[in-house]
Ligand binder design. Structure first.
Ligand SMILES: Cc1cc2nc3c(=O)[nH]c(=O)nc-3n(C[C@H](O)[C@H](O)[C@H](O)COP(=O)(O)OP(=O)(O)OC[C@H]3O[C@@H](n4cnc5c(N)ncnc54)[C@H](O)[C@@H]3O)c2cc1C
Length: 380
């Protein structure tokens, strides 16, 4: 930290959001000696990476290591083991029940993480240097005001208590449309940057993900099925085996979209178990499939820190990596997060954005420090 700011207690950077992009950014900046505060609106860290206690991911789960080297490298550095997404046996297509060899329901080469990507995120947070990085949850950022030499960020807790945080820079990692609709920027974002942010949808932000736990992997015992289903009937559109690496915990996981997801959101637990069991029985041609011992659901569309409705006046795009989002707002406010990188909305994009924004912020801070040294030299 620059010594003048050390005296004043100003952070080098305030990071909005505690998803994987924010955590890697904080790690990298702290390795450069920078002091960082992370403000997270939810009561937990991880953003779209969250796992159940048993390690079943309710957000992202897969990595394709041949292309996603930063994520696979990070897992290695953190000592997180990986295992291939199970794909032994036949996949099923609905309607009709046609069976075909499962060549990777998640795409060839997909791997998962022991303890889930939710677990990896927690591990990353634990490794942060506590002298330089502080994380506060339940701090929804509502205002980012850029002044001459610093940025003032206002956050509000769920009980309504407001706090102000002063830093030399601010890094927004909230999904762009969420940031543009929930944070008041002063001075305002320029029109083009704001419209770009409003038009970019959050990757998987409308998805429902459901994990069904079982006592056995009954689908494999029947007809050598892999557990993978691709359904045009619904309510689940894609289903796959989500058991753990040791084959101690058995589970199926699934995505549901649009009107099917809306229908599932309105069911109580018993109704949900019945409806999903009916679909699984039909897809796997089993007359009385077992009921799950537990169901875990994440309806991402209902989460305001992930999803914001598209404004009717603008197109709803997946224009990830828009050039205006790699440019700062009023020099000191930077943007990161997977939607700011041209990489499919995956975790790898979030990590790439962290590397990019760290370099941008460090260059800005050094420039500011050099300018203040030159200024002091000129006046002495
Ligand atoms: C169901 C699902 C399945 C997915 N599957 C995969 C997969 O298999 N593989 C893959 O690579 N990717 C997958 N993804 C995408 C992956 O989850 C994201 O790319 C990644 O988690 C994005 O990280 P991020 O840090 O950019 O954003 P986020 O994780 O969204 O983090 C942003 C953070 O900002 C916080 N925030 C928002 N607004 C505010 C505010 N005003 N104040 C304070 N905090 C705020 C949020 O709470 C959140 O913690 C999936 C996503 C979902 C939802």
């Amino acid at each position: 930290m620059h010594k003048d700011n050390m005296k004043l207690g100003i952070y080098d950077s305030v990071v909005v959001g505690a998803g994987i992009s924010a955590l890697l950014t904080a790690q990298r900046l702290s390795l450069m000696g920078r002091r960082v505060v992370i403000l997270e609106g939810r009561s937990r860290i991880g953003g779209r990476l969250v796992a159940t206690e048993q390690g079943f991911d309710l957000g992202a789960a897969w990595c394709w290591p041949s292309q996603e080297r930063i994520l696979s490298g990070l897992a290695k550095d953190l000592g997180i083991e990986t295992f291939p997404q199970p794909a032994d046996g036949m996949a099923v297509m609905e309607p009709g029940g046609m069976q075909f060899p499962d060549e990777g329901a998640a795409g060839p080469g997909a791997i998962r993480f022991r303890g889930g990507l939710g677990g990896l995120t927690k591990r990353l947070a634990e490794t942060l240097n506590a002298d330089l990085v502080t994380i506060y949850t339940d701090q929804a950022v509502s205002q980012v005001q850029t002044n001459q030499d610093s940025v003032m960020v206002t956050s509000t807790s769920s009980s309504g208590e407001m706090k102000e945080w002063q830093a030399r820079t601010c890094i927004i990692t909230a999904p762009p449309r969420v940031a543009a609709t929930s944070i008041n920027f002063s001075p305002q974002l320029n029109k083009d940057q704001r419209e770009a942010m409003l038009s970019i949808s959050t990757w998987m932000g409308e998805t429902t993900k459901i994990v069904l736990e079982y006592e056995t992997n009954w689908w494999q015992k029947h007809d050598a099925l892999s557990g993978a289903v691709f359904s045009h009937v619904g309510p689940l559109s894609q289903i796959w085996d989500n058991s753990d690496a040791e084959q101690n915990l058995f589970a199926l996981a699934a995505f549901s979209f649009d009107k099917h997801a809306q229908y599932l959101r309105n069911l109580n637990d018993d109704e949900l178990a019945k409806v999903l069991t009916k679909q699984l029985g039909r897809a796997f041609s089993v007359s009385s499939p077992p009921l799950p011992i537990a169901i875990h659901s994440a309806h991402w569309i209902t989460e305001p820190f992930t999803y914001a409705k598209p404004p009717s006046a603008l197109p709803d795009t997946r224009n990830y990596g828009h050039k205006l989002l790699s440019q700062p707002h009023h020099e000191a406010v930077f943007f990161a997060g997977t939607e700011t990188e041209p990489y499919h909305g995956h975790v790898e994009g979030a990590l790439r954005s962290a590397l990019r924004v760290t370099d941008q912020v460090q260059a800005f801070l050094i420039k500011q420090e050099n300018a203040s040294t030159t200024c002091r030299a000129a006046t002495s």
